[in-house]
Design a protein around this ligand. Structure first.
Ligand code: SIN
Ligand code: CO
Length: 382
């Protein structure tokens, strides 16, 4: 586990950070995450980039910008034309300490959270001046990186490049970040980070979807659940005056049929719950190869508690729970426990002192958690 990250906001309370900086202006925090170098080594990251089930990119700049998608062999990385940078997405899903780093930002709702991206660059490497559609906390790992940032209106990108580079970058501020330093940037701020020597950067990103993206996702959510009654019929059809004309009776009938496509606040809540917890395309859960019996699982869970797999997404809204893209049904009396699991991603189900939960609550909770354990969504804490 990571040591306590008490310095994260440089002495600001989360409330003050949210009121003064969040989505408003950048914040530089020196020594925000002093323990960052223990989180992941360069080799750990390279190893992740060799994986099939993780999204990685290699960007080089030897003769113009070039981008390749992973997985990469270690040899490929080591032989890349200088300078180069490798970026690995969603490291939190594969790496418990990465997940723990991300969860330190729990003063922002998990529903806004996207992922932890980790990059490694050789000296002078970087991805060029660009802007992101994310709120991002850029935490410097090993080495140093020089950041230039600016809030420019002109966001025109250079045409025909494999990556997004701003045409006319006009930075207004500059900082050299050293290990543990952190820079918060609101969405759409132009920025360019250049490695000074070898460098690793940890980016904690928070999504800000456009209305168009939300609308498209919502319509596909509705479509998957659509079940409309009836069929077009016209037993009273009269011979048309013009064979090519779409008649008003047809328009009326179809309008009536389509008006039974309805949604309300509950539909929107279910859309958000299932889509925000939906595993990314490359995420697979490994059910335990030799699952514990329920009795052994119960004993282990009562002794040490349970933890969510780093890849599991558990959110709730009111009394409704969503786990990995599904509506998670459960008896009302276990909901306070599962809410605890959602918030802390770990749950002690019996206190060490033995303060007892009612037996039926405990049994129901264990039964529910056991099913999730068999799916590979969580496991007993070690
Ligand atoms: C990087 O880690 O190289 C890039 C991070 C960013 O600019 O968003
Ligand atoms: Co960026």
């Amino acid at each position: 586990m990571m040591p306590e990250l008490s310095t994260l906001l440089g002495g600001l309370t989360p409330e003050r950070f949210l009121a003064e900086y969040w989505q408003k202006k950048p914040l530089l925090v020196r020594g925000a995450v002093p323990e960052i170098n223990q989180l992941m080594s360069r080799n750990d990251l390279f190893h992740l980039a060799t994986g099939e089930d993780i999204e990685s990119r290699l960007i080089t700049r030897a003769d113009g910008w070039q981008m390749h998608h992973g997985p990469f062999s270690l040899r490929q990385l080591k032989r890349a034309a200088l300078p180069w940078t490798v970026l690995v997405q969603s490291v939190n899903l594969a790496h418990a300490a990465g997940d723990a780093l991300l969860r330190r930002f729990d003063f922002i709702p998990y529903a806004r959270l996207d992922d932890l991206m980790v990059s490694y660059a050789t000296d002078t490497g970087g991805v060029g001046p660009h802007f992101d559609n994310y709120d991002v906390f850029l935490i410097q790992g090993m080495g140093s990186r020089r950041w230039h940032i600016g809030k420019q209106k002109d966001k025109t990108l250079i045409d025909d490049l494999p990556i997004r580079i701003i045409k006319d970058f006009r930075p207004t501020q500059e900082w050299l970040l050293n290990p543990g330093d952190m820079l918060y940037l609101p969405p759409q701020w132009a920025h360019d980070g250049v490695a000074v020597g070898e460098c690793m950067t940890f980016s904690v990103g928070f999504r800000t979807p456009t209305a168009q993206e939300l609308g498209e996702q919502f319509l596909s959510f509705l479509q998957e659940r659509l079940s409309l009654p009836g069929r077009y019929s016209d037993p009273d059809l009269k011979k048309p005056r013009h064979a090519a004309e779409i008649g008003t009776a047809m328009i009326d009938q179809v309008e009536t049929m389509l008006s039974s496509i309805r949604w309300n606040r509950t539909t929107v809540r279910n859309f958000l719950g299932t889509s925000l917890t939906e595993p990314k395309a490359n995420v697979f859960f490994d059910p335990p190869a030799h699952p514990l019996t329920i009795a052994r699982f119960a004993a282990a869970a009562k002794r040490k508690g349970v933890v969510l797999s780093p890849a599991s997404q558990l959110l709730f809204s009111g009394n409704q729970f969503y786990l990995n893209g599904e509506d998670w049904k459960m008896p009302a009396h276990v909901k306070p426990l599962i809410r605890e699991l959602a918030n802390h991603r770990t749950l002690k189900i019996a206190q060490p002192t033995g303060v007892a939960l009612a037996k039926d609550v405990l049994d129901d909770a264990v039964g529910l958690l056991y099913e999730a354990y068999c799916d590979g969504f969580l496991w007993p804490a070690s």
